[in-house]
Design a protein around this ligand. Structure first.
Ligand SMILES: Cc1cc2nc3c(=O)[nH]c(=O)nc-3n(C[C@H](O)[C@H](O)[C@H](O)COP(=O)(O)O)c2cc1C
Length: 223
């Protein structure tokens, strides 16, 4: 797959086949994720790859905690973000709704509980870094995460970045026996896409490029 085609066709996958993903294939994907640039080549990422019983147990525990004390989806994490971005979240849900109606699911509930069970993906990859790194080093983790998602896509696998599970950080820490100096960055659901599910037909939109670009110095150069 051409890189450019991969960039244009990758989408978040929210329904997976129960088919297992071979360990060697995951290792190939992670080797490409590792090719991401990082500040001073420190490669601050660590990939925790979870499948089978440990994954089933983890999602069971998260869902049980959610049922007891529901932490609703809040993309702005309690902070006041400019209305423009709140509107974009609303737009995502509006656009997603018809696809979920085909499944007979209420869209918020689908995203909330779906995210917490990692959309039943056969594999989850948790990306962590050492707590001593400053916040801007999450950039390095983000680059590795994007590489991972594109490497998976190039092999016919699907992914969905899942931030929502991190609300249940304590449960993840205990289940994976993470050291106290290990900071959680992102979970990624990984597996073969279920192409029969209407939710995987959904394509999120993008704002016009002009709304997020400022061009400087081009006019004086004549273009
Ligand atoms: C940091 C991050 C966290 C995300 N968390 C979730 C999540 O918890 N649940 C979910 O369904 N999608 C989640 N997503 C996926 C986004 O909703 C998705 O990337 C966005 O709507 C654009 O759609 P696309 O990935 O199909 O292009 C997350 C994406 C990122 C980058």
């Amino acid at each position: 797959m051409e890189l450019s085609e991969g960039l244009k066709t990758r989408t978040s996958v929210r329904a997976f086949l129960r088919k297992p993903v071979p360990r060697e294939l995951i290792a190939d994907i992670l080797a490409e994720a590792q090719q991401a640039p990082s500040s001073s080549n420190q490669q601050p990422w660590h990939f925790h790859v979870i499948t089978g019983k440990p994954l089933a147990l983890l999602t069971e525990q998260i869902l049980a905690a959610h049922r007891q004390n529901r932490k609703p989806y809040d993309p702005s994490k309690g902070k006041t973000i400019p209305p423009l971005y709140v509107e974009r979240t609303k737009k995502l849900f509006r656009e997603l709704r018809p696809f979920l109606q085909k499944l007979g699911e209420e869209h918020r509930a689908f995203i909330e509980t779906g995210s917490l069970r990692l959309y039943d993906a056969p594999v989850a990859v948790l990306l962590t870094l050492h707590t001593s790194f400053p916040r801007n080093r999450l950039m390095d983790i983000g680059m590795a995460a994007q590489n991972l998602m594109l490497a998976a896509h190039a092999r016919g696998l699907g992914t969905c970045a899942i931030g929502l599970v991190l609300y249940y950080e304590d449960i993840i820490r205990a289940a994976l026996e993470l050291a106290p100096d290990c900071a959680l960055a992102l979970m990624i659901a990984l597996g073969y896409p279920d192409s029969s599910s209407p939710v995987n037909d959904f394509r999120s939109s993008r704002e016009p490029l002009a709304d997020c670009v400022s061009w400087l110095g081009f006019e004086e150069q004549g273009y």
